[in-house]
Write a protein that binds this ligand. Structure first.
Ligand code: DGL
Length: 257
């Protein structure tokens, strides 16, 4: 069985990389819908349609389980896909529960895409886990664009984040949730800009653990990897780009909470 990973673009590689490490023998397929990124600035129905197309593509290629390595696609389409497909669909949502549990004091900033931030799924999650009203949401669509441009330079990221954080008194916050897989490319900038009292929390490990639980622990195969960009197989230039992105994510591991 192959495992399919899907994101609007390169963000989901941050989940894929951990899955590769956790399941070294598994055959993996990664689908980046780069023709249609960003999802976070589209409507829920549009994202559902695109996620449906990508998921069907992965099933046709032999995926026996699909990881929606995209909080936005999960928010819009996980329910629909679970009804439609007869294979496991593992989704991800901003790690607000983890942040609330690990940080019983102080406020929590849940950053995500605009669509995830205004979606019912996140609202319901916050209502469920945040009885004290400690969680605020913050859409950061600019980071998705910068990541897709491959622009990780502090000159571009710092002013954007400083402006986004300016309405918040960060001394009152104990954690920020990175509720979009693209944001993992910027953990160095987050760490430099945020005061020490603010921890960085994300759900990537949790998603991979959930995947392992659902497929029963391991997934024997031949360690094959296939990459597709909106349905087209990745060419050499794209494969080199993916290699560099995976390397960047690995280097950023030291900033993980
Ligand atoms: N990487 C995606 C997420 O986790 C969405 C980015 C986008 O396309 O806006 O939400």
């Amino acid at each position: 069985m192959k495992l399919g990973f899907f994101d609007s673009g390169i963000g989901g590689l941050s989940v894929y990389r951990l899955a590769r490490k956790a399941l070294p023998e598994a055959d993996l397929i990664y689908y980046a819908d780069t023709d249609n990124v960003p999802y976070g600035e589209k409507s829920e129905s549009e994202v559902t349609r695109l996620a449906d197309e990508a998921a069907c593509f992965l099933v046709d290629k032999g995926a026996g389980a699909i990881v929606l390595a995209c909080n936005t696609a999960t928010s819009a389409a996980a329910g629909y896909l679970r009804e439609k497909l007869n294979i496991p669909v593992i989704g991800m949502e901003p790690a607000v529960k983890k942040a609330v549990e690990e940080h019983p004091d102080g406020r929590i900033l849940a950053s995500a895409t605009p669509l995830t931030c205004r979606g019912d799924k996140l609202r319901r999650l916050i209502d469920r886990v945040d009885s004290e009203g400690r969680v605020d949401t913050l859409p950061l669509p600019g980071l998705v664009r910068l990541a897709e441009e491959g622009n990780f330079s502090p000159e571009a990221v710092k002013p954007y984040l400083e402006k986004a954080f300016s309405p918040f008194d960060l001394t009152k916050y104990s954690a920020i949730v990175l509720g979009c897989t693209h944001f993992l490319y910027f953990t160095d900038s987050f760490r430099r800009l945020l005061p020490e009292n603010v921890s960085i929390v994300h759900g990537n490990d949790g998603t991979v653990n959930q995947l392992k639980r659902i497929i029963g622990g391991s997934c024997p195969g031949n360690s094959r990897e296939e990459y597709y960009f909106s349905g087209r197989p990745a060419g050499n230039a794209e494969l080199s780009k993916i290699k560099l992105l995976l390397k960047r994510l690995e280097e950023l591991e030291e900033y993980d909470a």
